[in-house]
Design a protein around this ligand. Sequence first.
Ligand code: AMP
Length: 215
Amino acid sequence: MRVVLMGPPGSGKGTQAEQLVSRFQMKHLSSGDIFRQTRASGSDLADKLAEYMDAGKLIPDEIVVEMMAKAIASADGPGGLLLDGFPRTVAQAEALDEQLAQANTPLDAIVLLTCDDATIIGRITGRRSCPSCGKVYHVTFMPPANEGVCDTCGTELTQRDDDTESVVSQRLDAYRNQTEPVLAYYKAKTELKMIEADGRDDPKAICQEIAEALA
Ligand code: AMP
């Protein structure tokens, strides 16, 4: 099964991805995680990626398509593939379709998480994560036992550079202008299952709803 998980930043894609991949044994590919890792590795592309990511803008399609095509070509789990954060433009969606058609492994479903702007901004600006083990917290909704320190490994928590209020509003603009047209592109493909869930609901209930719709 090959699924694309869509939704604005802060709608809960990361949380759902974690639960769905463990439930269905899928390989999870998050484009944001891939770009953050590439930046951290100090590759030649690091400065260019940082320029776009820190401004809340989308990285140019040529770079995204090449990097994601490589990741997809070498990724598969027994339950298939869950794409999270990719594609984010119609050009990326077309490139993905072409790659999957050549491999004879087309998409099966699109999962869309919806969320309002006020909830998104509250969630994102309060988000903190552990740079060592990757565990994600929220200063109000899911605080660590000791303020500012990871429960699991004791490392000091950090805020993503692009999780500030001004950058979030740029990221929301990018979603509306460049990513919402991807939804229209997929809705026109009648062979695809479209599953929509309210990203404000309880994460376990959302996962159950999505899992039932995918089955
Ligand atoms: P995310 O963690 O998915 O919110 O992504 C963080 C940042 O990485 C985004 O704000 C973009 O700058 C960049 N990014 C991630 N995925 C894509 C994509 N498919 N196309 C363009 N830029 C992306």
